[in-house]
Ligand binder design. Structure first.
Ligand SMILES: [Fe+2]
Length: 126
């Protein structure tokens, strides 16, 4: 069952899709069903993927990760960071060599989830 804000991935071309309106029972890309991206929360590797949220004067700063930056290399980087509230989705799109963090004009206590997508290791939330 496809749900609002779920994220799907095409294993052939790498397309990533976020659901903005629930509709079709299956998403197809490159002739096959897209894969539902399960959001991961436990990171045992030395690279940290779980978003870390800091309050700022104007909102929040979301870092990937807390004490050590996730790599931002051409072949391995954080492609986007999102903050989800009850009725809004904020998304920062990142590029290689940028810092793996983003600021959002939202109060910390309004955040339902912060999540990010690493092009090699998938979707992570806090
Ligand atoms: Fe990664």
């Amino acid at each position: 069952m496809i749900k609002l804000r779920d994220v799907y991935y095409c294993e052939i071309c790498g397309n990533v899709v976020e659901i903005l309106n629930e509709g079709s029972p299956a998403l197809v890309c490159c002739g096959q069903d897209m894969v539902f991206l399960e959001v991961q929360t436990q990171d045992s590797s030395t690279e940290k993927h779980v978003p870390y949220i800091e309050e700022t004067a104007t909102g929040v700063l979301v870092k990937i990760g807390q004490n050590q930056d996730h790599p931002m290399l051409e072949k391995h980087y954080i492609k986007f960071i999102e903050v989800l509230t009850k009725d809004k989705v904020f998304r920062a799109e990142l590029q290689p060599e940028m810092k793996p963090e983003a600021e959002f004009p939202v109060k910390k206590d309004e955040i339902l989830m912060a999540r990010e997508w690493c092009n090699l290791h998938g979707l992570w939330k806090s």
